[in-house]
Write a protein that binds this ligand. Structure first.
Ligand code: KG4
Ligand code: ZN
Length: 344
């Protein structure tokens, strides 16, 4: 049973930037009171990707029941009395999806007479690690590797982010999703490829490790996806069966090598030896194993559940933002292309 102390600061956060509606109640900076989520995966899966119109409609149906559940699970019987801050992902993300979260928070703010704070989704992913690791001190490197992003940032202090490198084209998660699609596997591709790769031979196909010889922290996954496509077409035209597990394992090996080697380069270039990885691809078992085996630097990873989109990461970023003096007004509107270095 939760107890309420006078100094307790409770943040309720809503995340609805893509295809998951998530709500969390966080006490202070790290105590997770509740974290609930409604996934839309099954509805989007037949289309091989997120259908924006469906997404916003489903967020609309899910959001208020999830708020109720998060309050109940978190032991908050009177939100008007007990909640201190309402947080919401304001961008980047899908316009219609973001709008549902922002409007919901504005409505709650008026009903409960509470302040609101708009949070950057990428900053949220970084905070998945901050919430879960007491020993993650600044400065650290943060890699956000998800369906929409592959970025390495230098976190000089919380709230101050410098771009070290990013993808030239597709995000790593996007590559997983596209490769899954061309292999006839369901959306989202990451978890399926992760599972099938365990049964395959990662040396069966020599897919190129993107930008291996470049001396910059940069990524590219579109050529790798094309290499997989060409290989599949070659096998099909030769009348051979497609060894799906081997392709998954070989593709994943190239992705993991690219991500880990560029992180290694970022550590050498900056001299910063703490590396926090988050975002959906951070749940990948091969990547996690490789990261945790590093000797030259220390990798921090959230639990797999907190790698993918969730409310806790938004609440964590909001709590810190609020304590740093960030404020939003009731005129908050979604910013679908809000970059993390544009100003937080
Ligand atoms: O962070 P996230 O939930 O949403 C975005 O902000 O994009 O990430 C979703 C992405 C999808 O592309 C999905 O295929 C990928 O993360 N993903 C994975 C795994 N779990 C999710 N990729 C590789 N291995 C996984 N286990
Ligand atoms: Zn995300």
């Amino acid at each position: 049973m939760w107890t309420l102390r006078d100094e307790t600061f409770l943040t309720l956060a809503i995340e609805s930037s893509c295809d998951d509606t998530a709500v969390a109640v966080l006490e202070g900076q790290r105590l997770i009171r509740s974290s609930v989520l409604s996934s839309q995966i099954e509805s989007h899966s037949p289309f091989g990707g997120v259908v924006p119109e469906f997404a916003s409609r489903m967020h609309l149906e899910a959001v208020l029941p999830l708020v109720d559940k998060a309050l109940r699970d978190g032991g908050v019987s009177d939100p008007r009395r007990d909640i201190n801050l309402l947080a919401v992902t304001a961008g980047p993300g899908l316009m219609g999806s973001l709008l549902v979260g922002v409007m919901a928070v504005k409505g709650l703010a008026q009903a409960w007479d509470k302040p609101i704070l708009g949070v950057n989704h990428l900053e949220g992913h970084i905070f998945a690690n901050v919430v879960q690791h007491v020993d993650l001190e600044t400065p650290f490197l943060a890699m956000v590797v998800s369906g929409g992003h592959t970025e390495v940032l230098l976190v000089k202090e919380l709230g101050s982010y410098e771009m070290i490198g990013e993808t030239r084209d597709d995000a790593a998660g996007e590559a997983y999703d596209k490769v899954a699609k061309l292999l006839g596997l369901p959306y989202p591709g990451g978890p399926v490829i992760d599972r099938l790769a365990k049964e395959g031979n990662e040396k069966a196909f020599d897919f190129p490790v993107p930008l291996r010889s470049s001396k910059k922290v940069e990524f590219s996954f579109s050529g790798l996806k094309t290499a997989v496509l060409i290989q599949v077409e070659k096998l099909l035209s030769a009348g051979s069966e497609i060894p799906v597990e081997d392709i998954c394992a070989s593709f994943q090996r190239a992705v993991v090598r690219s991500l880990v080697s560029k992180l290694d380069l970022a550590v050498s270039l900056t001299g910063v030896k703490r590396v926090a990885v988050s975002g959906g691809v951070g749940a990948n078992s091969a990547l996690r194993k490789e990261l945790l085996a590093q000797r030259k630097w220390k990798a921090y990873l959230p639990d797999p559940f907190y790698c993918t989109d969730n409310g806790v990461m938004i609440a964590g970023a909001a709590y810190h933002g609020w304590m740093r003096g960030r404020r939003s007004g009731l005129d908050l509107s979604p910013s679908p292309s809000w970059g993390i270095t544009d100003g937080i």
